[in-house]
Design a protein around this ligand. Structure first.
Ligand SMILES: NC(=O)C1=CN([C@@H]2O[C@H](COP(=O)(O)OP(=O)(O)OC[C@H]3O[C@@H](n4cnc5c(N)ncnc54)[C@H](O)[C@@H]3O)[C@@H](O)[C@H]2O)C=CC1
Ligand SMILES: CC(C)CCC[C@@H](C)[C@H]1CC[C@H]2[C@@H]3[C@H](O)CC4=CC(=O)CC[C@]4(C)[C@H]3CC[C@]12C
Length: 369
């Protein structure tokens, strides 16, 4: 990827390329990366939509594989110039065991790093999460913070623990010598709560509202701000970061970047209503209908039931002590680091992001998608 090879076509690998974010990264690369020569999409479950991409000018290679299998990862990485590692087990509901979450998120990331080192792939962008910072278990607010804001990051839940460990591995790997003698250049992107087309929890809230006759009931005070970012902008940030890692290796290598855009600061529920409202739902109550201690009790009861029922059935409701703590603690970012370091500007305005999401909720809510 030297100056003389400006026209060189590059091979990109996207792990988790069939997930909610991964699919947007894949489509964004195809639309906006002029140097793309081959796109490898690696996922445990390949989506049927990949077939339609194979007819375009860029070679799209679908690879069914598991990031926990080092040899499968190494085979997929071999010959790639850039890896965008989005694959992960996103589970804060207790569906998977802590061991499985660790295996996929930490060992999987270790496998990706080692594959880059062994095969000589020099550029790695990792999808981290706001959760590597917080909210912490003490419920301290993180109000319009940035990458340098001091915050007591205390993790107990397996998901944020795994993302924090994996992020550290990626950052520590920056500068390692890869096969061929060049240095590995890595960075980590930390999205806040991602929304947009394909957001399953949003679809679930919509369906639940429809079942309740069009009503949703406020659980969290409107004053609690929750950071959200549109999936198209998160994808765009990945594409830009991957593109600029080579040119700005000294500046970007080993750095973390929060993902941000023009989405407004609101509570989790009020933000969701930006989409669910136009789809005909109403949020009842200016204040939470239940006192907070009742929610704490219900969340604890859900956790107990999950544990008791585990031998018989998987009981994994949205409300548990961890999700309640995340939803009821202010966590918002305000930063321009990605703009300063690699020229990121959101590709989609808030109005555009909102419209696209509303159209998707309407379509997804009424189909079996
Ligand atoms: N959804 C959100 O709000 C946020 C997500 N993130 C991170 O973004 C990344 C993508 O998340 P989403 O798209 O929301 O999740 P997702 O569950 O929709 O996508 C993850 C993809 O990874 C694949 N995958 C899981 N285990 C795998 C394995 N062992 N081997 C190969 N592929 C595997 C899944 O099949 C899936 O296609 C994750 O790393 C997550 O931690 C970060 C912040 C917020
Ligand atoms: C009435 C209930 C208390 C409402 C429950 C909402 C929760 C299911 C969601 C509230 C906040 C979400 C999390 C947040 O957006 C940050 C995240 C980052 C990630 O990396 C993965 C997803 C998530 C943990 C996200 C999950 C759902 C919530 C807990």
């Amino acid at each position: 990827m030297a100056d003389s090879a400006q026209a060189q076509k590059l091979v990109y690998l996207v792990t988790g390329g069939c997930g909610f974010l991964g699919e947007h990264v894949v489509r964004m690369l195809l639309q906006r990366e002029p140097r793309l020569g081959e796109l490898r999409v690696f996922d445990r479950h390949l989506g049927p939509w990949l077939e339609e991409l194979k007819t375009g000018p860029v070679r799209v290679t679908a690879i069914q594989g598991d990031v926990t299998e080092a040899h499968e990862v190494a085979a997929a990485v071999a010959g790639a110039h850039v890896v965008i590692h989005t694959a992960g087990l996103v589970d804060v509901f207790g569906r998977a065991s802590p061991e499985t979450i660790h295996e996929v998120n930490v060992q999987g990331t270790r496998n990706v790093i080692e594959a880059c080192v062994q095969t000589g792939t020099q550029f790695l962008v990792y999808t981290s999460s706001m959760e590597v910072v917080g909210p912490n278990t003490k419920g301290h607010p993180f109000y319009r913070g940035n990458e340098d804001t001091l915050y007591e990051a205390v993790h107990r839940h397996p998901y944020p623990c795994s993302k924090a460990l994996a992020e550290r591995l990626v950052l520590e790997a920056n500068g390692r010598e890869v096969h061929g003698g060049l240095p590995l250049v890595t960075c980590a992107l930390r999205p806040t709560g991602i929304y947009g087309e394909g957001h399953q929890i949003m679809r679930d809230f919509y369906r639940q509202g429809l079942r309740l006759g069009g009503w949703l009931f406020r659980a969290i005070p409107a004053s609690v701000e929750h950071g959200r970012v549109y999936v198209g902008n998160v994808a765009w940030m990945h594409v830009l970061a991957a593109r600029e890692l080579e040119r700005r290796a000294a500046l970007m290598g080993g750095q973390v970047y929060f993902c941000y855009d023009g989405s407004p600061y609101k509570s989790y529920e009020d933000f969701n209503m930006e989409f669910l409202g136009p789809c005909g739902l109403q949020l009842v109550g200016a204040r939470p209908l239940l006192p907070y201690w009742v929610l704490v009790f219900l969340a604890a009861l859900n956790a107990l039931l999950q544990w008791l029922l585990r031998p018989l059935v998987l009981y994994a409701p949205l409300l548990n002590p961890y999700t309640l703590a995340v939803a009821s603690t202010t966590f918002t970012v305000s930063t321009d680091k990605a703009q300063r370091h690699f020229g990121y500007e959101p590709l989609f305005s808030w109005e555009d992001s909102r419209t696209r999401t509303i159209l998707w909720v309407q379509a997804a809510g009424s189909s079996a998608q």
